[in-house]
Design a protein. Structure first.
Length: 184
């Protein structure tokens, strides 16, 4: 997986606009995935971004890039807490412990854990709406399906799209991922 793929999928998180991004990348094997993640963390941890391999299967790795401070804030939201409790998460206190529970659910559940939206910075009302409505009856769709504030979501989608365009252009012109990542 190239740095270009990382920039294309994670620009809003790199810019400090979003809690996290999730994407899959091709890897020869699990070792290559782990080595890539280790190298990204070497560069990005000092900027407040962490990268984790959530799963490896069939030449693809599921990668999660996130800002722990934002994730902690997001998961403290009372609606997020209710949903996580309802989905079997123990109240953990730290983002890393919640992520560990999420990783277990990804590996063991036959159904994808849609509460993952909370780990990506999606509004809790939209994550709940998606689960309760079985991905139907949404108001609009962009990075996620919207069940709550449609106008706010559309502005967020546009901001993230613009950020990604700018970051991809800057990366193509030689800007490193370290320089592109905002320290917060």
């Amino acid at each position: 997986m190239s740095e270009e793929v990382f920039v294309r999928h994670c620009s809003p998180t790199m810019a400090g606009l979003k809690t996290g991004n999730l994407f899959s990348g091709r890897f020869a094997d699990k070792k290559e995935m782990n080595d890539t993640v280790r190298e990204l963390n070497r560069i990005l941890v000092k900027k407040g971004v962490r990268v984790l391999p959530l799963r490896y299967h069939g030449g693809k790795g599921l990668i999660y890039a996130y800002r722990p401070t934002r994730l902690m804030r997001d998961l403290k939201n009372s609606d997020a807490q209710k949903l996580l409790k309802k989905r079997g998460y123990a109240s953990c206190g730290t983002p890393e412990r919640y992520i560990a529970q999420l990783m277990k659910r990804i590996e063991s559940d036959s159904v994808f854990p849609h509460e993952i939206g909370l780990f990506l910075g999606y509004p809790p009302e939209d994550v709940c709406g998606f689960i309760e409505n079985k991905a139907d009856r949404y108001k609009c769709v962009g990075e996620w399906k919207v069940y709550g504030d449609e106008e706010k979501a559309k502005k967020t989608f546009a901001m993230h799209k613009k950020c990604t365009e700018v970051y991809c252009r800057l990366y193509a012109c030689g800007r490193s991922i370290e320089r592109l990542t905002v320290a917060v």
